[in-house]
Design a protein around this ligand. Structure first.
Ligand code: FCB
Length: 430
């Protein structure tokens, strides 16, 4: 597997980028997230327009050039290009194609995510990821989107965070479709990975230039709440195996083995062996787990400020050491790593810059030591709609005024630009 991916042209130079997703930037009139637990009128409006990217596409792409990044990760909103079953909106698709073309002209490598959490609203009547028929619909969408974009796009993320999609949508019930059913969740995970394998082949089959296809994998550092509790320790180990490792294993073996001891264990052949050109890693934080012997709902999870740096605006711990641990774990996949997301919600520039600096230092150190990391994408280019918290957390390099939608550069944007200028090619630094 390595010989192929190592030479994908788009992975030869280090990718310095920023990341977004379509729904968070531009909203959507009819995807599953449009209607999911809407809090109030302002929230409803935000789901429909995001931060107004649809009307400001040109301006926003211009910001990437000002930053000096050489890559940009964005997604195609499935419900926009397929507003109804068997209906294809050419104009909506053409806009994404123009974005990709415009990026290439500007010397910015587009990285396209095909599935970033959202599904078209119509998918739910009749097709489900648990049954597997959603996979067929997704493949139809992916085939058309890939055909339209491939002239300009060489870097692909099939799915964003399958593990978050499964835990959020099918185990914890926090995300649509809000289910809490282990068996369904496991089926969904398997169906998503097998969809990845099919889309991997589809992208490779018609490519003029060798593409690089990956997934963006959410990775979390799990720790027992109490070092003394064997139950907490056990919970942290199981969570690590399930959440971090099972996907990586599936790409090595072709089988997705899911084990939640005493609850459910299953192995699904998913056809993923060798179908990964890079592993995208999304890293944000460390999480503590506590499992009480009388709990029926499984372990509790929470963030704690054990590193004494103050929790972020989303309540997350700042833990750069975990980035190191995560990247080392990820390298077990045996393919190049691209950090497809890393970032923090802070209004304070000072805090945002400190987070960035500490994580970038880890990145450079690991590269120097020989870990095969080919890119780093900051989440996010600008403040945008955060899934569970709406227009509040400020992950952006650009600050967005949520009323006027004006974009204003922050000092973290300036810091990032200077860092990139100073380290144009981390892979060949002395
Ligand atoms: C990740 C998501 C991304 C963004 C960040 C903060 O889990 O992929 O869309 O919401 O978290």
């Amino acid at each position: 597997m390595e010989h192929r991916s190592r030479h994908a042209p788009a992975l030869r130079r280090f990718l310095w980028g920023a990341a977004t997703s379509a729904f968070q930037m531009e909203g959507a009139p009819a995807c599953d997230w449009t209607f999911w637990k809407v809090r109030d009128e302002a929230d409803r409006a935000a789901r429909l327009r995001g931060v107004g990217h649809l009307d400001r596409t040109e301006e926003d792409l211009g910001l990437l050039s000002s930053l000096g990044v050489n890559a940009y990760r964005f997604s195609v909103e499935w419900s926009r290009v397929a507003p109804r079953r068997r209906d294809w909106d050419r104009k909506a698709m053409d806009r994404y194609v123009r974005i990709a073309a415009r990026l290439r002209e500007a010397g910015i490598e587009p990285m396209v995510t095909l599935h970033h959490f959202t599904n078209p609203g119509w998918l739910a009547d009749g097709a489900s990821w648990a049954e597997g028929d959603a996979r067929g619909e997704f493949l139809r969408f992916a085939e058309k989107a890939v055909r339209a974009l491939r002239e300009h796009v060489r870097l692909w993320v099939t799915f964003n965070e399958p593990n978050v999609y499964v835990t959020g949508g099918y185990l914890g019930g926090l995300m649509p479709p809000g289910r809490k059913n282990l068996r369904e969740g496991f089926n969904v995970y398997a169906n998503i990975l097998s969809a990845h394998a099919l889309v991997y082949d589809l992208i490779h089959a018609g490519a003029r230039e060798r593409p690089a296809v990956g997934v963006a994998h959410s990775m979390v550092v799990f720790r027992p709440f109490s070092e003394k509790s064997s139950l907490d320790g056990w919970a942290a180990r199981v969570a690590h195996a399930f959440y971090n490792l099972s996907l990586i294993e599936a790409f090595r073996t072709g089988t997705l083995s899911l084990r939640l001891p005493f609850l459910h264990e299953e192995a699904f052949p998913v056809g993923t062996r060798d179908k990964l050109d890079f592993l995208g890693v999304n890293y944000y934080f460390r999480l503590f787990l506590r499992l009480s012997p009388v709990s029926i709902r499984g372990p509790e999870y929470f963030w704690e400020d054990r590193s004494r740096r103050g929790l972020t605006e989303t309540g997350w711990e700042v833990y750069p050491k975990g980035f190191e641990e995560t990247l080392r774990t990820a390298s077990a996949a045996g393919v190049p790593i691209v950090v497809t997301e890393n970032g923090t919600a802070e209004t304070s520039d000072r805090r945002k810059i400190a987070y960035m600096k500490d994580h970038l230092r880890v990145l450079h150190r690991l590269i120097r030591e020989g870990t095969d990391i080919r890119g780093y994408f900051w989440w996010s280019l600008m403040d945008n709609y955060e899934w569970l918290e709406g227009l509040r957390p400020r992950f952006g390099l650009y600050r967005v005024d949520f009323d006027s939608l004006e974009r204003v550069p922050t000092n973290s944007a300036d810091f990032y630009s200077r860092w990139i200028k100073k380290h144009p090619d981390p892979l060949h630094e002395p």
